[in-house]
Design a protein around this ligand. Sequence first.
Ligand code: ADP
Ligand code: MG
Length: 356
Amino acid sequence: MSSDDGESAIRIDPRDSGAPTPDGPLLDVRGLHVEFRTREGVATAVNGVDYSVAAGETLAVLGESGSGKSVTAQAIMGILDTPPGYVTGGEILFKGRDLLKLGAEERRKVRGEQMAMIFQDALSSLNPVHSVGAQLGEMYRVHRGASRKDARAKAVELMDRVRIPAAKERVNDYPHQFSGGMRQRIMIAMALALEPDLIIADEPTTALDVTVQAQVMDLLAELQREYNMGLILITHDLGVVADVADKIAVMYAGRIVETAPVKELYANPAHPYSRGLLDSIPRLDQKGQELYAIKGLPPNLLRIPPGCAFNPRCPRAQDICRQEVPTLFEVTEDDGTPVQGRGSACFFWKETVHDV
Ligand code: ADP
Ligand code: MG
């Protein structure tokens, strides 16, 4: 590291961020690398990602489309599309065990019982030819050996839990008979069924109307607290997660470029990319004003620019940004006190923090 005057060139450990966890975090991703080997070449979609989630904690993973948010999640769940995708480095510690070292059978067990994923598109995740009750009940029949009758009762209970009105009457309805918001509630119910320790929600409200988005997000946050689960909330929209997340990891071109407690990032982003994302959130007090948009597009992963991948779009870019890849620097107060869980992969984080 020869990036600057030396005072901030400390590699921080983003795993230290967030709630205190006496027994270590629930999930601890370290140095994860994922490649896609395609005819056009090798694309490194995840390029050394570190993040962690504790029980009862919510981590929001933010970034534009193509930044590697979903691929990281797929690697954690063990549902990566192989080929062409391969985990080529790192560790995925779940309750202290590296999932990458488990056999297929054990991995499937962890995935089925202890982790669950919620996707954006409930219609394609639910089976159109089975009632929602049958699908919810199936979880108990397969994993808990419940009778048909008990499974159905459980399904109704779950539908109540996610506040689907008239659950008893609707348990035999099919997915297409529910609205988008209600279907997403059913997805949440499916995810909760076996009371997993970790839920990964990948853009869970992106397809919904704005008002419904907030209701579904609030419900998810409420259940997460109640069940004391770890939650990873993947989104490209910071506005949606600001109220429910504890901490944020901002991704760009396969790397984490900023980590921070959510309030800190909101108040004072330390990376120009995070600042750009924040400035592109519509705000009620700026109604009518033209919305800011970060200029340009994320890079093609087969042609990542040298230096900081964000440099061609960055209003602050200097020569060093075109030459050296910045690691995650510890972000400190003006007096040098580290801010817990804060890191920025920008040579000019200090200037960025002081930007108004
Ligand atoms: P996002 O942040 O939008 O969730 P993804 O994690 O889905 O982004 O994808 C990151 C990058 O990984 C994509 O830009 C793409 O280059 C690559 N990628 C993802 N899935 C595949 C695939 N099945 N085949 C080839 N490349 C893929
Ligand atoms: Mg995605």
